[in-house]
Design a protein around this ligand. Structure first.
Ligand SMILES: C[S@@+](CC[C@H](N)C(=O)[O-])C[C@H]1O[C@@H](n2cnc3c(N)ncnc32)[C@H](O)[C@@H]1O
Length: 284
């Protein structure tokens, strides 16, 4: 079979298998996996659809297509995901970075704009996507990522190394526990899906680490813990920013207000859903 025939078969198979899979793009994914199998850019496929696939490459391609047909995230199959225009390694030990998390990075950068170089912390860093995005934009800052997963920290360190981000460090421990000294900004995209939420059994979530997705209960426990403990690590005028579920904006605002944060507000995504809530550590 040639490249074009393989692609056509994969598009049809993926289209059928991923019919109910949120966010799946069968045509595009067939091409991404082909580019991976042939180790070429996608543009090569458009230029050479008539090229015969070497049998070993054809088999490798079909194996990848079949993994995707079973619902495995494409990022785990290719081993990479783009975030903030940077390429990150991802493995099943880490959450696949989501495009919507770029709103957290964007909001943090807005709050930091014009400030002198300082220290930033990313709690629950996973692949290190947020920490590396911030470190790449704020080269003068020191960015610390924390996680309870040693496997995740290893991936985060590898990503920072690949990206040449020497202004990062990744430390083990629960939320704020490994932090030392004070920070001008603390960000977190913690696990926040409530126990029993049907999203946990759909799409990519089925393959991702449970501890990255849900803290159990109503999903709010990490916001309570971090909001309480981060105050002691933020410098005066420092910001705490959370990503949260689109139905959790009010609850997270209440948590930050109850902990004495000031100028508490929520940012919405392009579909006007609450996604990021932040508060300032004032004088008191
Ligand atoms: C939703 S994922 C976010 C990963 C990454 N920051 C991102 O946005 O793609 C949550 C992360 O929090 C970590 N985590 C869960 N409980 C934690 C805890 N008590 N302390 C630190 N990290 C924790 C998980 O291992 C996971 O990497």
């Amino acid at each position: 079979m040639n490249i074009g025939q393989h692609l056509e078969a994969a598009r049809a198979d993926l289209g059928g298998a991923l019919r109910d899979c949120p966010g799946a793009h069968p045509g595009l994914e067939a091409e991404i996996l082909m580019a991976e199998a042939l180790e070429t850019p996608r543009s090569f496929l458009y230029a050479h659809p008539e090229l015969e696939m070497p049998p070993a490459r054809g088999q490798a391609y079909r194996a990848m297509v079949e993994r995707r047909m079973r619902g495995e995230p494409i990022a785990y199959i290719t081993g990479t995901r783009e975030f903030w225009s940077l390429t990150f390694r991802v493995t099943p030990e880490v959450l696949v970075p989501r495009p919507e998390t770029e709103l957290l990075v964007e909001t943090a950068l807005e709050r930091l704009a014009g400030s002198a170089p300082g220290r930033i912390a990313d709690l629950g860093t996973g692949s290190g996507a947020i920490a590396c995005a911030l470190a790449s934009e704020r080269r003068g800052d020191e960015v610390t990522g924390t996680d309870i997963s040693y496997d995740a920290l290893e991936i985060a360190r590898a990503n920072a190394g690949d990206l040449g981000l020497h202004n990062t460090r990744f430390v083990h421990g629960s939320w704020c526990a490994p932090l030392d000294g004070s920070y001008q900004c603390i960000v977190s995209n913690p696990p926040y899906i409530a126990a029993g939420d049907p999203h946990l059994d759909h799409g990519d979530c089925r393959f991702e680490p449970r501890t990255a997705l849900t803290p159990g209960g109503d999903g709010l426990a990490p916001f309570h813990t971090i909001a309480r403990d981060a105050r002691g690590h933020l410098s005066e005028g420092g910001w705490l920013l959370f990503e949260h579920g689109n139905d959790q904006g009010e609850a997270v605002r209440d948590i930050l207000t109850a902990q004495g944060y000031e100028r508490v507000e929520t940012c919405q995504d392009l579909e006007r859903r609450d996604r990021v809530t932040l508060g300032l550590r004032g004088r008191s």
